[in-house]
Design a protein around this ligand. Structure first.
Ligand code: PDD
Length: 286
């Protein structure tokens, strides 16, 4: 058995190729489920309790009953990481409403299906954190509850693919004139030495990395943060822009569509944040 291939499905540890999912799983049929991605740093999960809090919130808002306790999920994360032998990567966890004959309303008495596996980091992401990323801008065509980390990611998938096709690394979503977030990242800008980011309401995902920057990393760097909406004109005045996420870490944005940000190189504020964030990861966070 390839160790890296270890998976957990419902009540058992198995391997990814041995997981048998019914075609009637509502995740498969309707995208009726939620997920989390937790960073594995140096063989340990980082900020797992934050991810689990968000998972239970997503389940509550989707009215998916919690049939497993956070402690048990924490333990399973630990086993998966250890058994996989993966030192740096992420754990993917998804919970679907369950398996039942196809009908839109919630079938009575079904049990949620829980799937988990570990993935290694993509080394390309680290290069991007060092060199900076190019992004395109797109209209946000998602629904108005993207604070729920649901499986419905079509606009995100299409947006990321469109960015790739244009030689960019991500796309920033705008609702009208207002900046929202990336396809799998939150977005920040620096102006007058202050860090600005959009308040986390229903129209963006309240990213864990974002939260850690606002509550721990920026304060420890002595940098002020303000949560305020950002429009195109304000964004154009940014000295620095960066995106954040579990798999992205903190990545400087050096180009937005055809416009170069600052001097086109990662700026001093983002560098300082990256350094502190690396320190926080090395310390570990439950
Ligand atoms: N995505 N916004 C969106 C739409 C996201 O999908 C993500 C993360 C983030 C950043 O959140 P966090 O810092 O908690 O990872 C923001 C994960 C990594 C994914 O879909 O793979």
């Amino acid at each position: 058995m390839e160790r890296k291939n270890i998976a957990f499905y419902n009540h058992e540890f198995t391997t990814l190729d041995n997981v048998r999912i019914s075609p009637l799983d509502r995740g498969y049929i309707f995208g009726d489920g939620v997920y989390e991605v937790t960073k594995v740093h140096d063989g340990r999960c980082f900020a797992l309790s934050y991810h689990l809090d968000r998972l239970y919130r997503s389940m509550r808002l989707m009215q998916i009953p919690a049939t497993i306790a956070p402690d048990e999920l924490t333990e399973i994360h630990g086993v998966l990481v250890e058994e996989s032998g993966i030192r740096n990567g992420s754990v993917y966890l998804q919970v679907t409403r369950g398996t039942a004959p196809r009908t839109h309303t919630f079938p009575a008495g079904i049990q949620p299906n829980i799937l988990m596996f570990v993935q290694e980091d993509n080394p390309h992401k680290q290069e991007l954190a060092a060199s900076g990323v190019k992004v395109i801008t797109l209209d946000d065509i998602r629904w108005e509850h993207v604070d729920i980390k649901s499986l419905n990611l079509i606009p995100n998938v299409l947006g990321a693919q469109q960015a790739k096709k244009k030689g960019a690394d991500d796309a920033l979503f705008f609702r009208g004139d207002e900046l929202m977030e990336g396809t799998s990242s939150n977005v920040f800008m620096v102006r007058d030495g202050i860090i600005w980011t959009r308040p986390a309401d229903e129209r963006i995902l309240k990213g864990i990395t974002r939260q850690l920057i606002l509550t721990k990393v920026a304060p420890s760097c002595g940098v002020t943060t303000i949560e305020r909406t950002i429009d195109r004109e304000y964004l154009a005045k940014a000295e620095e822009v960066f995106i954040t996420g579990t798999t992205t870490g903190i990545a400087p944005v050096v180009q937005i569509d055809k416009t170069i940000v600052g001097d086109g190189k990662p700026g001093p504020v983002v560098r300082k944040l990256q350094e502190r964030y690396a320190g926080l990861m090395a310390e570990g966070l439950p």
